[in-house]
Design a protein around this ligand. Structure first.
Ligand code: GLA
Length: 380
């Protein structure tokens, strides 16, 4: 990828890049919508990601190009930058980072040429947006000769997404991309936030089935879940749902309307499942971890109501198959991808059979991706 990036940068901009950074995508292992509720979450940094190359310009222009976009988009240096719409909306991730840098006491870059290259499918629930933010942030900091603690970089990238892009996401995606380590999961306590890694037992394998379905209202539905959770916390008299135990929630059931109760129950039980998963992983018990993943999916399906018939079908097929420890939707939900945790014996032929059954029912084939763990965001 690096050689390809350098060659494409030279072809586009007629010179070599000064800085190259790469950041991985992630799988949400378990901890669904727990992050913005102050809970814990486990994510897997994967071996696919986004590469960013930059070189400084001194003519007051910022020039962007993506492999997919083709044409060069030129913007004047403005701090803070203006939000882009339509085809240029992918620029809002690096621009959001530029807008967030001063809020963290860091200098935004002046003019530059910027090229992004990806081997991470976008819109697949693998957090290509966070990968682009992290790679951009590291590249911009290095271009200006600046350094910042990794937790700061992660938080400024989340700020970019919340304030500039306008998605009220938690810290999961940026935290996993920023703190990833091969053969490990990233464990985040989102309230600090604090970041740690948990070794992944060597026999774990990951398969991702990307349905390419996306609910037309996905952004609005994510924001609605966010609101419902905050409303539930308020009715329970706590700042965040992470402050409530499953037993305390049950005792306070009468305080909540049915919808808010279901959302809250998903969150508090999911946080308990994350803790149980860490224990299972530390004991090397992938079967127990798998059961927790499937339980997480059922909770999404029935309580948080962020699954879809397509995702449920995949989970049903996968969990009925041999060599599968567990399966669940990964990411925000309302479409996107299902992840399965399997033994090494789970075969390509089995994955194909699941994809074929899906195609027979829904008329389109999901993409099947065999994902491995990979390292976190870094200069290259
Ligand atoms: C998306 C968000 C994350 C997290 C998940 C759901 O991926 O970006 O912050 O909330 O959904 O767990």
């Amino acid at each position: 990828m690096k050689a390809e990036l350098i060659a494409k940068f030279a072809a586009r901009f007629g010179r070599a890049p000064a800085v190259i950074a790469r950041a991985p995508g992630r799988l949400e292992f378990i901890g669904n919508h727990t992050d913005y509720n102050g809970g814990t979450v486990l994510g897997v940094p994967i071996d696919r990601g986004i590469w960013v190359a930059v070189a400084a310009r001194d003519d007051g222009r910022r020039r962007f190009c993506s492999e997919a976009g083709g044409a060069i988009k030129t913007l004047p240096v403005e701090n803070p930058p203006a939000k882009q719409r339509g085809a240029g909306s992918w620029l809002n991730y690096p621009l959001g980072v530029i807008a967030a840098l001063p809020e963290f006491g860091l200098r935004p870059p002046a003019g530059f040429d910027f090229l992004a290259l990806s081997d991470l499918p976008s819109g697949a629930g693998l957090s290509s947006s966070a990968a682009l933010e992290l790679a951009s942030a590291l590249a911009f900091l290095a271009l200006g000769g600046q350094d910042a603690p990794r937790a700061t970089v992660v938080q400024l990238c989340r700020r970019a997404e919340n304030h500039f892009v306008g998605v009220p996401c938690g810290i999961l995606d940026q935290g996993v991309s920023g703190f990833g380590q091969k053969d490990h999961l990233v464990h985040i306590d989102c309230r600090g936030p604090s970041f740690a890694t948990v070794p992944l037992p060597a026999a774990a394998r990951f398969w991702v089935f990307n349905t390419h379905t996306k609910h037309a209202l996905v952004d609005g539905l994510y924001a609605a879940r966010h609101r419902e959770c905050m409303a539930a916390a308020q009715l329970l008299g706590v700042a965040l749902l992470a402050d409530v135990s499953p037993a305390a929630l049950e005792a306070a059931r009468a305080k909540l309307p049915p919808v808010e109760f279901r959302r809250a129950r998903h969150i508090v039980e999911e946080i308990a499942r994350v803790d149980a998963t860490v224990t299972a992983l530390r004991a090397g018990d992938l079967a127990a971890a798998g059961r927790l993943l499937t339980a997480s999916h059922r909770s999404s399906q029935l309580l948080f109501e962020n699954s879809t018939p397509e995702l449920d079908f995949l989970v049903d097929q996968l969990t009925a198959a041999p060599h599968v420890h567990g399966a669940r939707l990964t990411g925000g939900g309302f479409g996107g991808a299902v992840m399965a945790l399997t033994t090494p014996e789970f075969s390509e032929a089995q994955a194909t059979a699941v994809a074929t059954a899906y195609a027979e029912k829904f008329g389109a084939r999901p993409d099947v991706l065999r994902a491995s763990t990979g390292d976190g965001a870094a200069l290259q």
